[in-house]
Design a protein around this ligand. Structure first.
Ligand code: CTP
Length: 222
C-alpha cells in the first residue's frame, strides 16, 4: 500500500461545536462530523500520524488516529493549538461563529409575563485563520466552507481572507442536506484554480482530498 503521507503529522477538526447557554441548553449546528472523520481515516491510511479534534458527535474514532474530544469553539481552539505543530491542518469542523456572552450557572427560567428572551452572543476566535498565522505554520492549511449560494465566489473570498492554501466548499440546503448525508460534492479552491471532487460517498471524497493534499506537499516540500 502506498503511503504518500508517511512521516507527516496531520491535524483534523470535525463535527459541530456546542456553545452552552446554561446547564441544560446550548447552541449547536447540523454538522455530523462524517466528512472530518472520513478525512482523518483517509490521512491515516495514507501513512500520516493523525490527530483528530472532534466536537460532540457519536462516531467511532478511526483506527490508529489520536482523538481529542471537545465541546465548545474555545475548547477546540485550545486543543488545536496544543496539538500543533503539524504539516497539514484540515479544519472540517463547523465551529460556532458566535457564543453566549455569559453561561448561566443555573437553568434560565421563564418569568410570568415574559414574551421573549434576549441573548447576547459574542464572536468566537477563528481557529482556521489563527492556524494560518501560527509559527511554525503548517505547510498546508485547508479550510471548509458550507454555503447555501454563490459557493465558488464565497470559497474564493474565504480562502484569501483567512490566508489558507485550500478551501473545500460544499453546498448545503436549508434542510441541512450536504451536512448530514453520506455523500458530498466538494469544490476545492487553491491559488491556481479549483477542482470538483464528487458527487461521491464522503469516504471516497476524503481519499481524493488526501491524494490532492499529498500531491501538493510533494510539489512544495518547503
Ligand atoms: N472556522 C474556524 N473557527 C471559527 C469559525 C470557523 O476555524 N471560529 C473554520 C471552519 O473550521 C471552516 C471554516 O472556518 O474550516 C469555515 O469558515 P466560516 O467563515 O466560519 O464559514 P461560514 O460559517 O460558512 O462563514 P460565514 O458565516 O461567513 O458564511
Amino acid at each position: 500500500m502506498s503511503a504518500p503521507l508517511a512521516g507527516r503529522r496531520v491535524l483534523v477538526t470535525a463535527g459541530p461545536t456546542f456553545e452552552d447557554l446554561d446547564p441544560v441548553r446550548f447552541l449547536g449546528n447540523r454538522s455530523s462530523g462524517k466528512m472530518g472523520f472520513a478525512i482523518a481515516a483517509a490521512a491515516q491510511r495514507a501513512g500520516a500520524d493523525v490527530v483528530l479534534v472532534a466536537g460532540p458527535v457519536h462516531l467511532p474514532a478511526p483506527e490508529g488516529v489520536q482523538r481529542i474530544d471537545v465541546r465548545s469553539a474555545a475548547q477546540m481552539h485550545d486543543a488545536v493549538f496544543a496539538a500543533l505543530p503539524a504539516d497539514v491542518y484540515i479544519g472540517a469542523a463547523a465551529v460556532a461563529d458566535f457564543t453566549p456572552a455569559h453561561i448561566a450557572s443555573s437553568k434560565i427560567k421563564k418569568q410570568p409575563g415574559d414574551d421573549g428572551l434576549q441573548l447576547r452572543l459574542v464572536r468566537t476566535r477563528d481557529i482556521l485563520a489563527d492556524v494560518a498565522l501560527a509559527t511554525p505554520r503548517p505547510t498546508l492549511v485547508v479550510g471548509f466552507a458550507a454555503e447555501t449560494d454563490a459557493v465558488d465566489e464565497h470559497a474564493r473570498a474565504k480562502r484569501i481572507a483567512k490566508r489558507v492554501d485550500l478551501i473545500a466548499a460544499n453546498r448545503v440546503g436549508i434542510d441541512g442536506s450536504g451536512f448530514e448525508g453520506d455523500d458530498n460534492t466538494l469544490h476545492v479552491h487553491g491559488a491556481d484554480g479549483h477542482v470538483q471532487l464528487g458527487p461521491a460517498p464522503k469516504t471516497e471524497i476524503a481519499d481524493q482530498l488526501v491524494a490532492l493534499i499529498a500531491a501538493r506537499l510533494q510539489q512544495d516540500p518547503r
